[in-house]
Design a protein around this ligand. Sequence first.
Ligand code: FAD
Ligand code: UDP
Length: 372
Amino acid sequence: MQYDYLVVGAGLFGAVFAHEAFQAGKSVLVIEKRSHIAGNVYTEDMEGIQVHRYGAHIFHTSDQAVWDYVRQFASFNRYINAPVARYGSELYNLPFNMNTFNKMWGVVTPAQARAEIDRQIAAAGIQTPKNLEEQAISMVGTDIYEKLIRGYTGKQWGRPCNELPSFIIKRLPVRFVYDNNYFNDTYQGIPEEGYTAMVEHMLKGVEVRLNTDFFADRAGFLACAKKVVFTGMLDAYYDYCFGALEYRSLRFETEVLDCENFQGNAVVNYTEYEIPYTRIIEHKHFALQCQGGKAVSKTVITREYPTAWRPGDEPYYPMNDARNNALYEKYREKAVGEPNVIFGGRLGMYRYFDMHQVVAEALRCTREELHG
Ligand code: FAD
Ligand code: UDP
């Protein structure tokens, strides 16, 4: 037993745990199967622009402790996410707010918007929403559902909205004010030097081995540490003994363009089902200096294509429907019987966690582990 802890995965969960354990005087080895640290929050420099290789990542939280924690490792800009949804040639502000309602129906006051939504909900005859389609209609009515939700969600998750759980759409705020801030949280921003630098600071002093897959030498890795923190796929850890959990994957297509400003916003969603990508990110707009001062003559954009997940693909999203949650529960019960392995993060806990939730969970876990 060479190490106190073996951490599998150098994403946010693994990095927070490794940092805390190292600071507490423990010996830690982090292994990561990819060629870089930071997991899905990885950013890299292209043409002087911080590019989010695995999709747009905006940090947001109302948890003061989490906000204070991450700011030890990075200074955050004051970026506020305000995506635009494109349906044909029509552009709508997100999340659903008075700007969206005004564009959709020409209504001007909150009372007019409320009345129109209530009329559409009543016409749809939904009492208690039983799936994402009914949930969406009961939040914003049928027009917005048809133009901005149905196609986007169908392609994002590879299933029709009436076969998806409601919680997915409940993530989005609905507001009767003219406010395009996508999140309700108190704090929001993006690390000025990128997420990779933030995670690098977390892992300072910790031994990290890249291009190293836990499953390539499972027995050897288990033997090298007293305890294991596993942030890969829980079902893979148990050789899929109860069956495979389902995920949704993505394909990212990144291009450098010889133009200064491609779409005028960091995130533009394409809500029609027929367009195979869900969004185009223009990375330079995440850095506020690009919006005013510092001009960069080129721009980098990424199209995000949702894809079916097959073994070996990147499991970007857990499919948290009833069937998969029940299956996860069986794995979780098995994991309880194994006190020397801690399962953490989006894949280890099979939860649609945002970054702040992963940090909070990793801190909770380290407190319990290191301080009883
Ligand atoms: P990961 O980042 O997946 O890290 C796990 C690591 O373990 C990976 O690096 C993986 O390669 C490694 N690993 C897995 N198996 C093995 C193995 N067998 N051996 C060795 N290494 C292994 N959150 C927000 O808060 N705001 C956003 O705007 C946002 N946008 C997102 C957009 C997209 C497209 C996606 C997919 C997610 C987004 N998220 C966002 C969520 C965010 O990415 C996650 O909350 C966070 O990255 C999860 O961290 P993690 O450590 O749990 O997992
Ligand atoms: N959504 C939608 N239209 C949009 C944006 C989002 O229908 O223009 C739905 C879609 O089902 C998506 C969910 O809202 O999965 C949550 O959106 P969010 O932006 O939080 O998704 P993520 O960033 O996690 O992919």
